[in-house]
Design a protein around this ligand. Structure first.
Ligand code: ADP
Length: 494
């Protein structure tokens, strides 16, 4: 009994085969082109997405040395918010996919804010109005592609996030559906009643009939019929960050995960209650299984692992990212140096687009080891800022932090995170948590695992970091960090 997880990411498509113990037995990955038509605009060709995903499916199966008919289910996880609109009859996209990063609808979003819609949008969708989300992108396509609005009104066009596009093609164009987690990133989905919101559809002038059916994350969506000798049920879908939380067994209230990649994505399961943030955290659906719907608060750090890339590529003071761990451990402490990597401003809780990067506390004794250490520490401080906010805004007492992503391999960083946040940090044995989450959702539906408890039994910790920093020292470091942040703020303002 195997599960095929499809992980359609922003820069590459991956496929992973898991066995029923959650072991990886085959992996394939393929990058595809990024399209930048103008500064700040980002697109993908929907056929590049589909073809690369299709190729890696076959390749992973081959590498795993199994047959398609041995696969019990398919789970899908994907880059979120990216928007595709296609012709219902021909299956042909009418425009490139507009990627989540694309800023082309920023002005429209500003207008929505000026029109006073922020509260309404937040209450219904859990989101802060922003060009990231899908609905402004759909509207852009309808307004800018010739004939698009007319066709949409005639019911001839379909919209989908990437999960929907993949399922549509995997099922031979039979199924037009999405799951609640992906739907909750469109800025059209009412997270309370779990349906598209008519008022928002009207405000943004988007016809309801082009939207996919929103369904639970573990659900029988349809059958994949691209293999000659096997029909495989598709039974799991979740957006990438929600899938990672699920893959970390973040099933219950109070479980927190952080993915340390280029940036950080921090999600806290807040249980069955919807919790709102007043300081810019996003409320989102964590997962839906049958009637059981869990919500999450989400925060992000813009520059995390990217600060290590910067040390390597721009300063040239490290040769590779893992060297950062060795160097950081060569000094006793940060030598008084704090590094605020506000290269693109600062997110929650500061929300300062005018902040810029700063390295402060430099004296004659400061060596490159201190700079490297301060850079790693900045990843932990920024994460901690979000965690503190989550705690204070929800009143939920967080017990531990589960980690994944490229930079979670850094033991120095993980120990420092544990110390500074005074939290147990748990790194799982399988750090491919995004794919694992999709596999868990899919496997649950077809009975590979009976229930969530059975999944918990196969999930294993690889390493646990326990906090050991004296409280006084911790408070001192945190205070210095906050002071450094204050000095970095507002720099670009006239
Ligand atoms: P993404 O999915 O965002 O591309 P990954 O999860 O692949 O990111 O992680 C890559 C990021 O993690 C890079 O920014 C890199 O600098 C950082 N990174 C990778 N390994 C380490 C390490 N051992 N120590 C610190 N940072 C690391």
């Amino acid at each position: 009994m195997y599960i095929l997880a499809l992980d359609q990411g922003t820069t590459s498509s991956r496929a992973i085969i898991f066995d029923s113990l959650g072991n990886i037995i085959g992996v394939a990955q393929k990058e595809f082109p990024q399209i930048f038509p103008k500064p700040g605009w980002v697109e993908h060709n929907p056929w590049d997405i589909w073809n690369s995903q299709r190729e890696v499916m076959f390749e992973a199966i081959e590498k795993a040395k199994i047959k398609p008919k041995e696969i019990s289910a398919i789970g899908v996880t994907n880059q979120r918010e990216t928007t595709i609109v296609w012709d219902k009859d021909t299956g042909q996209p009418i425009h490139n996919a507009i990627v989540w990063q694309c800023r082309r609808t920023a002005d429209y979003c500003e207008r929505l804010k000026k029109d006073g819609l922020s509260e309404l949008v937040k209450e219904k969708t859990g989101l802060v109005i922003d060009a990231y989300f899908s609905s402004p992108k759909i509207k852009w396509i309808l307004d800018n592609v010739p004939e698009a609005r007319k066709k949409a009104e005639q019911g001839k066009l379909l919209f989908g996030t990437v999960d929907t596009w993949l399922i549509w093609n995997l099922t031979g164009r039979k199924v037009h559906a999405t799951d609640y987690t992906n739907a909750s990133r469109t800025m059209l989905f009412n997270i309370k009643n779990l349906d598209w919101d008519d008022e928002l559809l009207e405000i943004m002038n988007i016809p309801r009939n082009m939207l996919p059916k929103p369904l639970p994350s573990s659900y029988f969506y349809g059958v994949c019929n691209i293999f000659e000798d096997a029909e495989i049920p598709i039974t799991g879908i979740a957006g990438d960050q929600q899938a990672a939380l699920f893959g970390q067994c973040g099933f219950e209230e109070g479980i927190l995960k952080n993915t340390y990649g280029t940036g950080c994505f921090i999600l806290l399961n807040t249980g069955k209650d919807i919790k709102y943030s007043s300081k810019g955290l996003i409320t989102t659906v964590a997962y839906g299984i049958g009637d059981d719907v869990h919500y999450a608060l989400e925060g992000s750090v813009f520059i995390a692992g990217a600060v290590i890339q910067w040390l390597r590529d721009n300063l040239g003071i490290i040769k590779n990212s893992s060297e950062s761990e060795i160097l950081a451990k060569m000094v006793e402490d940060n030598g008084g140096v704090y590094f605020v990597p506000a290269f693109v401003g600062l997110g929650a809780p500061y929300w300062d687009m005018f902040a810029r990067g700063l390295i402060i506390g430099i004296t004659r004794g400061v060596k490159r080891e201190h700079i490297v250490r301060a850079a790693l520490e900045s990843i932990a401080y920024q994460t901690n800022d979000v965690i503190e906010l989550m705690e204070s805004e929800t009143g939920i007492k967080i017990k531990e932090l589960r980690v994944d992503g490229g930079a979670s391999a850094n033991n120095f960083l993980m120990q420092f995170q544990s110390d500074i946040s005074n939290l147990k940090v748990v790194r799982p044995y399988i750090t491919e948590t995004t794919s694992l989450g999709a596999a868990f959702l899919a496997g649950l539906k077809v009975g590979i695992w009976k229930d969530l408890n059975e999944i918990k039994r196969i999930w294993r910790e690889e390493k646990i970091f326990t906090p050991g920093m004296p409280e006084e020292k911790r408070r001192y470091y945190l205070a210095k960090w906050k002071e450094a942040v204050t000095k970095a703020r507002g720099w670009e303002k006239e």
